[in-house]
Design a binder for this molecule. Structure first.
Ligand SMILES: Nc1nc2c(ncn2[C@@H]2O[C@H](COP(=O)(O)OP(=O)(O)OP(=O)(O)O)[C@@H](O)[C@H]2O)c(=O)[nH]1
Ligand SMILES: [Mg+2]
Length: 198
């Protein structure tokens, strides 16, 4: 039920993180890749703020389903209008979160299907590898914008390239493809041992 989803809080500092053990899923990736839009598709609610211009999400934004789990909308990387000091604080918060959050279930790294893996995505994947974070999944977004056969070919090459990196699963999503969302939801539920959230 959409009513069972609620905005919980926006977090800017480590001490402000929810202080309990409710499982959490992170959605991360370059600015504008579609993190907040995907959260709205999953929750079937306009719960996360989206924008045509990159740099919309500027904190860790927590959304909660009943008292059973949370989705965390991460600020995008690779673009920011936020000043340098604030970026450093956010980087610090994200690093602490990733290294110490025991209720973090899975991390989803979103990649724009049209642009593929950018050097900054590789840096993030390597950073996650360095801190030995294992539950990484990749989501190729904006599949609807992939038109030509050539772009699809590029995507296949990209998936081959990714074989060298460590991640668990790859998902494909698009704002007009219900199936991709259903597959993603099933994965979330499986990792929670829950039966449903609609
Ligand atoms: N065509 C298409 N556009 C999409 C899709 N997903 C998101 N968008 C658009 O991409 C833009 C950015 O979406 P957001 O969800 O705000 O992106 P974000 O990753 O949260 O961006 P930041 O908060 O700035 O890091 C918006 O204009 C969305 O409507 C998709 O699957 N297909
Ligand atoms: Mg966002």
């Amino acid at each position: 039920m959409t009513d069972d989803w609620r905005f919980l809080k926006e977090v800017y500092s480590y001490n402000d993180l929810p202080n309990d053990s409710i499982p959490e899923f992170i959605f991360w990736g370059r600015s504008n890749v579609g993190k907040s839009s995907l959260i709205n598709l999953l929750t079937k609610k306009k719960i996360a703020k989206t924008s045509k211009t990159p740099g919309r999400t500027k904190s860790l934004v927590f959304f909660q389903f009943k008292s059973s789990f949370r989705i965390v909308d991460f600020p995008g990387y690779g673009f920011s209008k936020i000043n340098k000091e604030k970026i450093e604080l956010l980087d610090d918060l994200i690093e602490k979160y990733l290294t110490s959050r025991s209720n973090l279930k899975e991390l989803f790294l979103l990649i724009d299907s049209r642009h593929g893996l950018k050097p900054i995505d590789i840096t993030i994947l390597d950073l996650l590898g360095n801190i030995s974070y294992r539950n990484i999944n990749l989501i190729f977004t904006k599949q609807d914008k992939l038109k030509s056969l050539q772009s699809k070919k590029n995507l296949e090459n990209l998936e081959k390239e990714l074989k060298k990196k460590s991640y668990k699963k790859i998902f494909h999503t698009s704002i007009n493809d219900v199936n991709g969302i259903v597959i993603l939801k099933k994965f979330l539920l499986k990792s929670l041992n829950e039966r449903e959230f609609e």
